[in-house]
Design a protein around this ligand. Structure first.
Ligand SMILES: [Fe+2]
Length: 242
């Protein structure tokens, strides 16, 4: 996963650097990333998801993968091309897990945020659930540890109806169309980790979420999402201490 390439293009360097303000002091950056950076605050990513700082070593390990995704996103069918990069990346789940690091809490490690592409590693605590939600941009999900069960929902005259299920194990990749609605469950008693890649700025997009019990649609609510991550992490700590 590690790249020996030090001459990253200006564009990919700029895009990667945008994410660095999340977790790294600029002084900690490797020299090849240390010019032309713009700081971004955690607030600018506030959808409610727990943002886990990306360590310098993780970013260096992931550099080649991120560059490949950026290049693939310029192809005529970006989602398909990025999916191929992702499938190759998670085809060796252990190597990807090593590059990203073992998940220790529910949250997102954001490796890239740009107008065209968002890449993050999402970790779900044991048996964590996320209610139905949309992204309003294409999405590719590749699992590198654990399992992620996706219910795909359709809008109907009678409201939301479950339409399809995709159980993703380590090494599996799923694609979601721009108008897809899904809910996510980690059915295991261990962490699930997946790379989530979106064809746009995931954090700048207003979306919908659906109440898990009534399936009523509501605007995506940062407070509700924040609580899900907080409770998942608290529950995990309780399980650890039992
Ligand atoms: Fe999602």
């Amino acid at each position: 996963m590690a790249s020996s390439k030090n001459n990253v293009s200006d564009i990919s360097r700029r895009e990667m650097i945008k994410t660095l303000g999340l977790g790294l002091g600029f002084t900690a950056l490797p020299s090849f990333m240390a010019s032309g950076m713009t700081e971004i605050s955690i607030d600018a990513l506030d959808h409610g998801e727990r943002i886990i700082p990306v360590e310098e070593k993780d970013l260096i390990e992931m550099q080649k993968f991120i560059e490949d995704c950026i290049a693939a996103n310029k192809e005529s069918d970006p989602q398909k091309a990025v999916k191929e990069v992702l499938a190759k990346g998670v085809s060796n789940p252990l190597a990807m897990l090593k590059a990203i690091g073992n998940p220790t809490e529910a949250g997102l490690k954001v490796f890239l945020r740009s107008k065209e592409l968002t890449i993050f590693a999402a970790s779900w605590t044991p048996q964590m659930n996320l209610m139905p939600h949309n992204h309003l941009m294409w999405a590719n999900i590749g699992i590198y540890t654990g399992r992620e069960d996706n219910i795909i929902w359709n809008r109907t005259e009678n409201g939301l109806e479950a339409n399809d299920v995709r159980c993703l194990f380590a090494g599996d990749v799923a694609t979601l169309a721009t108008n897809a609605i899904h809910s996510v469950t980690n059915p295991l008693q261990k962490f699930t980790g997946g790379l989530h890649i979106y064809g746009g700025d995931f954090f700048a997009t207003e979306r919908s979420q659906w109440d898990p019990e009534t399936l009523d649609e509501e605007p995506s609510d940062g407070e509700v999402i924040r609580n899900i991550f907080k409770k998942a992490n608290e529950q995990m700590l309780r399980m650890k201490n039992d």
